[in-house]
Design a protein around this ligand. Sequence first.
Ligand code: 5GP
Ligand code: ZN
Length: 117
Amino acid sequence: MAGEPQHDCLFCKIVAGEIPATVVRKTADTIAFRDIHPQAPTHVLVIPHVHYPNAAALAAAEPAIAAELLTEAAEVAREEGIEDYRMIFNTGAGAGQTIFHAHVHILGGKPLREGMV
Ligand code: 5GP
Ligand code: ZN
């Protein structure tokens, strides 16, 4: 059923506490943790507890939780002491998505002016 945990999903396992993660923030609906392969001094992922394959699917089904990904991302940045940061939603394997559980990347702590990719 939509939103239900998927047994083969790494991020569902992090939500369930079955795989360890360096958690930086938690709410009733979201969890934020450090990316295992950081691409910047701050590289945090914010995910919903519920399983949807990407952020757009989450927004269609649970708009309030999708909005919370953004407010939580801003809180992470504030707690990390970074004013300028990038949020990235990879959508589809061709765009670099490797985990098909909705998530936003927060990247910052270094200049990111060079371009989009
Ligand atoms: P995507 O490429 O799907 O947008 O992002 C998935 C992210 O999850 C990647 O940046 C990858 O480094 C990160 N990742 C993959 N496996 C793990 C893990 O076991 N723990 C953590 N914390 N991050 C992971
Ligand atoms: Zn999942």
